[in-house]
Design a binder for this molecule. Sequence first.
Ligand code: TYM
Length: 326
Amino acid sequence: MRILSGIQPSGEIHLGNYIGALRHWVASQEELESFYLLADLHAITVTQDPKALRERTLSTAAVLLAIGVDPARSALFLQSHVGEHAELAWILNCLTSFSELQRMTQFKDKANREGTTTLGLFAYPVLQAADILLYQADHVPVGEDQKQHLELTRNLASRFNTRFGATFKIPQAAIAPAGARIMDLQDPSKKMSKSGASPDGAIWLTDTPDAIRKKIRGAVTDSGSEVKASSRKPAVTNLLTIYSILSNKSVHESEQEFAGAGYARFKDALAETLIAYLQPIQNRFRDVASDRGEIVRVLHRGAEKARAIAAHTLDAVKQSIGFLPR
Ligand code: TYM
């Protein structure tokens, strides 16, 4: 069984990334062969400042190591260090119809935000399919927003296999039942994201205790005062989801804990839980981030391990489609 997942090094890592995906990366590596990539080729589908991209790439790698991605167990690498990703993406481009990419909701959202659209942004999900299929991954731990991209990946894999013979494993999205869509603290109708409308809508994993207290206290709530999860209380439900996952309790237990307490006391407890949860991660982050040479070495070792498998799959693909051997 093999796991693959990725994150774009295009901004700070937020609590939604962590709860929806990254904590599962850490748990999965205990038992399964794991490949985790920093999707820098994906990051440049929108404008990036080169210096900022370099810094973000290093700090994203440092956060991943700080949360517990273990380079002795998992290959942690940069997408741009393994040329096979772009090459397989091209081949898959030639199997992908315009209309199926036009249906991708993330493309529509981002294209609206960016104003002008590039071919790279349009073809983004095909590159993601290449990331996954190169490693013959069985499971792809992601948040709910990646579901449609995973469906496309499965479709492209089946299409290729039907046309050219069994070449790719059909991967499964691993979307956890709880926390797969953490919402913005200022607008609970939108997912928490790197580019939310309000700077207080997202908790960054590197936020100071004061920033966390301010953001949680200022988080919007719903009418009433009961700390209860329900479809009529999306804001409180989101906060309860975060609290229950980080404190390892069920939502029901968390509701009981704050029965009659009101929103303010619940928010104080949530803020302190978050601060205590993030403190060891932040301590490790400072250690890891101070040794850039070691981060680079980890990424190079990860790329070497990844390349061996990626090259093997790409050779099989080229043979299947009728390219002559080199
Ligand atoms: P990215 O960088 O946007 O997000 C990284 C991971 O975090 C999850 N996530 C969330 N989960 C719960 N609640 C949220 N509010 C939230 N926001 C983000 C995402 O679902 C994702 O799992 N295209 C991918 C990166 C990628 C990739 C891959 C993923 C590139 N190649 C191959 C899987 C397999 C992306 O932009 O994730």
